[in-house]
Design a protein around this ligand. Structure first.
Ligand SMILES: *[C@@H]1O[C@H](CO)[C@@H](O)[C@H](O)[C@H]1NC(C)=O
Length: 281
């Protein structure tokens, strides 16, 4: 019986797509909220947007969460050029073909959190010239191309918590005026100063909790950087997961000697020659 229901629903979708634009307009509700137009298309079972249109004479926030927009193809949003924000959370979205966001020149906020996105490619965000706020938490992000954000010259807020990121590529923030960066709950062991931290001098808020920080000499530059950003900019703690002797310790309570101790420990471990010498005598 469920299958039949599914079929009926699909049929009605196809039907409504074929009908005139006046019919189509009824599919989503338009609501005015605090002076802003909201186009509410959430949970409509949409799998594509290419046959839909939207208001052409008014700006609006476009709500598309809870649909089945699993793949976005080039010019997917061509008819939505008056959108100023785009809400696409919970769509099972796993593929954004470069060019998908072309035409969305007014969008300042993009929400693609709670999907299944695995990578940001070089041109994933092509066309989002005005983007200030990108929310992509709770995805499966592992690979971020060094040029992924290159054209987002207004991007200030980047929310990437609860992904699978183990490294940020060099120069990924070049020309990106980040002020708020959320990297909690990833797989980061280190964050270099050169070509990464040095490129976000305007940081006002950074969240780094729940990463397997490797408290070695490599992390010294993060520690020093954190000491030099505005007070209270770091939200939450940076807890060492390795090496074992520093496990559970807050990075801000480690010393340079502790972080850079590794070599000395190694040389003392690799010092049975001392014993040989003794026995030799
Ligand atoms: C380290 O950070 C924690 C949490 O923010 C704070 O409670 C603690 O006082 C800091 N320790 C030092 C030595 O700054």
């Amino acid at each position: 019986r469920q299958q039949r229901k599914k079929k009926e629903r699909r049929a009605s979708e196809r039907g409504s797509e074929r009908e005139g634009s006046s019919e189509r307009r009824k599919i989503c509700a338009c609501n005015e909220i605090e002076g802003d137009l909201h186009v509410d298309c959430e949970k409509k079972g949409f799998t594509s947007l290419q046959h839909f249109t939207a208001p052409t004479s008014q700006f609006y926030h476009l709500f598309l969460h809870g649909n089945s927009l699993t793949r976005l193809f080039p010019n997917e949003f061509a008819n939505f050029y008056n959108a100023v924000s785009l809400h696409m959370e919970n769509n099972g979205l796993h593929e954004i073909v470069p060019g998908a966001f072309l035409g969305l020149q007014l969008v300042k906020r993009l929400h693609i959190n709670n999907n299944k996105i695995k990578s940001f490619r070089k041109q994933t965000f092509l066309g989002l010239d005005d983007l200030e706020y990108l929310q992509a938490d709770f995805n499966l992000l592992r690979d971020i191309d060094p040029g992924a954000f290159r054209d987002l010259n207004k991007l200030e807020v980047l929310i990437l918590n609860d992904n699978l990121i183990s490294t940020l590529p060099p120069n990924v923030f070049q020309y990106v005026p980040i002020t708020h960066l959320d990297l909690r709950g990833n797989r980061l062991k280190t964050l270099p100063y050169e070509e990464v931290l040095e490129q976000i001098p305007g940081i006002a808020e950074i969240l780094l909790e729940d990463n397997p920080w490797d408290c070695t000499c490599d992390l010294l530059s993060l520690k020093e950087w954190l000491e030099n950003i505005p007070k209270n900019a770091l939200i939450g703690r940076v807890i060492c997961e390795a090496p074992t002797r520093l496990q559970g310790k807050d990075l801000n309570e480690t010393t340079e000697q502790e972080l850079c101790k590794k070599n000395r420990v190694d040389s003392s471990l690799a010092a049975p020659p001392a014993e040989e010498e003794t026995s030799g005598i």
